[in-house]
Design a protein. Sequence first.
Length: 383
Amino acid sequence: MDIESFRGRVVAELGDDVRIFRAPGRVNIIGEHTDYNDGFVLPAAIDREVLLAVHPRGQRLVTLTSLDFEGSSSFSLDEIGYDAEQPWSNYLRGVCYVLEEAGYHLRGGDVIFSGDVPIGAGLSSSAALEVATATAFLQMAEYEVSGKEVALLCQRAENEFVGTRCGIMDQFISALGQQDHALLIDCRSLDYRAVPVPAGAKLVIGDTGVRRGLVTSEYNTRRAQCEEGVALLQHALPGITALRDVTPAQLEAHRDLLPEAVYRRCRHVVTENARVLQAVAAMEAGDLRTLGQRLNDSHTSLRDDYEVSCPELNAMVEIAQRQPGVYGARMTGAGFGGCTVSLVDEAHAEAFAAEVAPAYREATGLTPQIYISTASAGAGEVE
């Protein structure tokens, strides 16, 4: 639903004094499974978003209506509980709970929201909903809060209230994204800086249609293997506290300390951190070919060393890499399904989308969704 259609609907239901807020989904250009290893990530906000309308109330009651889930829920800001019957509402409830716990005294209101960020595809629809909620409720209560603080509060809501142990990247880029830029985020210090996406290139997202059934168990296994690698490497490198602190040369010098599977997991993280920094340098130099090669290398590493790809992701990446005008392609997100991201020459983007979709359908029997995207701005109020 576009903004004007959404505005027309919510004004009809809530009245002329409604305020509308937005927060985007994201695609991670490069830097996968580095966040929980204190590493670097390079996401961009995308031009798909959650729109959230609020009509203020004098009292502390909040009513929620989801146009996408076709459901409703309500709660008091004085007693925010978990709603097992409408689980989508817990992302909004959790944000309000955390904001109240942090000392922000919120105002009640009637909320209607909708979004076009695909759900379960690894493009952070949940983070977009959380950040839109936090932005709306804080501004309705006339608080000025930094984007970084909004991201941290939303991450806490998902960790503690919803119960998903996510990192900081998704909320961070949804809150702080910049038009035509990616964001280099240091997941240890939370320092960040904008990096321009070179002119003439598009980010093309391919949704494989495969939802990520193995992510939770395999994610926990990979995380444990990384922690095991750090513990074993500390015998030779006592100063390290995370794989962020290990260079590729150090890892190779001490690989005999590690079981083979642990070594390969560590090799992905260590080399991926290096690839992120190389990708940033390439973007700042306008070097699309080097940037694309880093994306290709990232996919190979995720497929072979971290083993979080799947046949459908591999098929879409291989099809993408064969297309004219493509600089590079890789799986993006946690893995085992979800999306790919391709860096495509702007002049070839439409033809790319038209070629990849039928070729993928023929290879897998699945119908993909292809989104030609630009790096977009982070959350805010829609005027």
